[in-house]
Design a protein around this ligand. Structure first.
Ligand SMILES: C[S@@+](CC[C@H](N)C(=O)[O-])C[C@H]1O[C@@H](n2cnc3c(N)ncnc32)[C@H](O)[C@@H]1O
Length: 222
């Protein structure tokens, strides 16, 4: 582990930081821009919004969100990752007036309650075990304002033969039980358990990555 990384049971990717931006387009079959666009469309961004990106990696999605926000209006996309090496790359390549990064674990967010308009996360939840999935969702719920959006894109029950091959292959090749939990379909029920409204499934990418959107109910005391 990198000395500045945050201790966590999550599978952090310090070791992959130098090559992540080269490998990711291969994993996403060159469709990362379209994938990010669909996530961002669900956010219904306004210039003044504050958006938190959990497990942001090298920050491509965080920056794409930040580019749609307004500095003068107080808008800010904040990417967090427990891996300091990932955040170092993100800061070097992608920090801007409306896009910042911090080394923070998603299960223990040092931010005030109700301080974000939206929380987003891409391909993070299959890196943490069931307990951390629950903690991270509870933390997301806490830092969101009532009515705020949670958008999660992550591995889920595969919907195609290709999706099955990729997700079960990754589960066993990488020996990652956290992927098995996602495949079994735990994410929507965990979102509800954390207090969110029933999530809607908006899209499936490649037959195994689901795009969910839900909200913190309006009447929730903050
Ligand atoms: C597959 S990468 C996804 C990166 C980026 N969101 C994307 O879509 O390309 C998963 C990220 O989760 C981070 N991670 C793992 N456990 C974490 C934790 N407990 N808190 C925050 N980040 C964590 C890893 O370091 C890694 O950068």
């Amino acid at each position: 582990m990198h000395p500045d990384s945050v201790p966590t049971r999550g599978r952090t990717l310090d070791h992959a930081a130098p090559v992540y931006d080269i490998c990711e387009p291969v994993v996403m079959m060159g469709r990362q821009a379209g994938y990010n666009r669909q996530i961002i469309a669900l956010l219904s961004l306004q210039k003044q919004h504050r958006v938190l990106d959990l497990g942001c990696g090298t920050g491509a999605l965080t920056r794409a969100i930040g580019d749609r926000l307004g500095d003068a209006a107080g808008g800010m996309a904040l990417g967090i990752d427990a891996a300091a090496a990932m955040i170092r790359v993100a800061i070097k390549k992608r920090e801007s007036a409306t896009c910042r990064f911090e080394v923070v674990a998603a299960e223990s967010l040092p931010y005030e309650a109700a301080s974000f308009d939206a929380v987003v996360s891409s391909l993070f939840f299959h890196h943490v075990d069931l307990d951390l999935k629950e903690c991270a969702l509870r933390e997301a719920f806490r830092v969101l304002r009532p009515g705020g959006l949670l958008i999660v894109a992550d591995m889920h029950t595969p919907s195609t033969l290709m999706g099955k091959l990729i997700s079960y292959g990754a589960r066993w090749f990488l020996m990652q039980p956290e992927i098995g939990e996602n495949i079994s379909g735990v994410l929507p029920e965990l979102m509800c358990k954390a207090g969110f409204e029933q999530p809607r499934l908006h899209a499936m990418f490649f037959g195994y990555i689901a795009l969910f959107a839900t909200r913190k109910p309006q009447g929730t005391p903050s």
